[in-house]
Design a binder for this molecule. Structure first.
Ligand code: AMP
Ligand code: GLY
Length: 423
């Protein structure tokens, strides 16, 4: 089988390596992939948002199945286009991907279906937003309606900060049209949990839970990033909480989408906060999370491609999806200065990986035989363990053997999870 994977980050590298475990897979194409992914797939320089370019590619190359991973092509309707060309896809169609594409849609959707989330108001003019924010309690949270590279949510501590944020989103348009409408929502407190799930719109199978580390510096300080590391499972997410989430959040979400004619088939990501009043939705994503995927897929015992095909065919209910009892940790190695200014072009030296170890490349390019840094997040060092502690130790031991100039990582990935385990 010839498989096409859209995207070019660490998450896509994890998807590709996992799909390749299926012996029926003969070829994997990645658009655009990256210098590290090139070791596992044939990469072509077509951008994930170049829908015409991708459609032209599938007309030239026979593709048996496509996996669309990043948010923007999903929200733009790439799955609809590929399916219309006869290519079966893993990933939601445009009308279901809106659950991530518009925060206003997702908040109104949760209200319609009584799904617990932060209280909110939506605004289409800066003046109305500021009038409301004058009398708000702080901190509060301001979110751009559309996609904003994961940077569209800002926690503001005062009216002055709120004014600056509204101005930058709605007047200066730092996120382009994504910020012409905004959501202002209640600030929630509690541990955060990421739950990725497979769903064909009828059946939903949550994967093992995980914990992201979004801030750049140790101790959850510094700027928000795309994610500096992850652990799975997340010790805060107990069996009781999982049951409550299934009843109050997961099932109402897929049923609500179906009822509204937006049947979701693909990976539905629930960003949850475990508040004193119970679990609430922080956000939905219409795709695999990055770097959550890098710890979740190594724990999947079932064949990923078979599960993805069952999701596409509406037959997930016939599958038995199994996960290992082990733990996983991913330590992201970034370029110093990320998420702001950083230099690239440094040679990367990688060790041989052993049993239970993976290196997923996110930002690297090939120059001759050399692999060189080309992005902010360069790679994820992933390792398994029989305990959370062991997985963390193993991931750092693997990361210690990876070298490139100006490398930067957090030293406390999993520390919060270990603390939560003690309780
Ligand atoms: P989002 O882009 O909606 O995923 O938000 C990014 C991050 O901002 C989340 O992972 C949370 O850490 C934080 N956040 C978003 N919404 C809230 C909220 N209502 N209360 C507290 N923190 C939030
Ligand atoms: N790790 C968060 C995300 O993928 O959006």
């Amino acid at each position: 089988m010839k498989i096409l994977v859209i995207g070019g980050g660490g998450r896509e590298h994890a998807v590709i390596k996992t799909i390749k475990k299926n012996p029926e897979v003969t070829t994997v194409y990645a658009l655009p992939g990256n210098g590290g992914i090139a070791a596992d797939a044939q990469c072509f320089p077509v951008k994930a948002t170049d829908l015409d370019g991708i459609c032209a590619f599938v007309k030239e190359h026979s593709v048996d199945f496509a996996v669309v991973t990043p948010d923007d092509p999903l929200v733009l309707g790439l799955v609809d286009r590929l399916e219309a060309l006869g290519v079966p896809c893993f990933g939601p169609k445009k009308d279901a991907a809106i659950i991530e594409g518009s925060k206003i849609f997702s908040k109104n959707f949760m209200k319609r279906h009584h799904i617990p989330t932060a209280a909110y108001e939506t605004f289409e003019s800066a003046e109305d937003a500021l009038n409301y924010l004058k009398n708000s309690r702080y901190p509060t949270v301001i979110k751009a309606d559309g996609l904003a590279l994961g940077k569209g949510a800002v926690i503001v501590g005062s009216f002055k900060e709120a004014e600056e944020t509204v101005k930058s989103m709605m007047v200066d348009k730092v996120f382009g049209t994504s910020g012409t409408k905004i959501v202002v929502e209640e600030f929630m407190e509690g541990p955060e949990v990421s739950v990725l799930s497979f769903t064909d719109g009828e059946t939903i199978v949550p994967m093992v839970s995980s914990m992201d580390h979004k801030r750049a510096q140790n101790g959850d300080m510094g700027l928000n990033t795309g994610g500096m590391g992850t652990v799975a499972p997340n010790p805060c997410y107990t069996k009781e909480i999982a049951k409550e989430c299934m009843e109050k959040i997961f099932l109402p979400t897929i049923r609500g989408l179906k009822e509204e004619g937006r049947t979701f088939q693909g990976c539905l990501y629930f960003g949850l906060m475990l508040t004193k009043e119970g679990p609430k939705v922080v956000e939905y994503n219409c795709r695999f999370g990055d770097p959550e995927t890098q710890v979740v897929l190594p724990l999947l015992k079932s064949d990923l491609l078979s599960v993805m095909r069952a999701v596409r065919d509406g037959k997930l209910g016939e599958m038995n999806v199994e996960f290992s009892e082990k733990y996983a940790c991913c330590v992201v190695m970034a370029s110093k200065g990320y998420p702001q200014k950083y230099d690239t072009g440094y040679e990367i030296s990688l060790p041989k990986t052993g049993e239970g170890e993976q290196i997923y490349i996110a930002g690297a390019k090939k120059e001759g035989d050399l692999l060189k840094t080309s992005g902010g997040r360069v790679l994820g060092a992933v390792a398994l363990g029989d305990t959370l502690y062991e997985a963390i130790q193993n991931a750092y031991a693997l990361s210690d053997k990876i070298h490139f100039a100006n490398a930067y990582r957090r030293d406390d990935i999993g520390a919060r999870a270990l603390k939560a385990e003690e309780k």
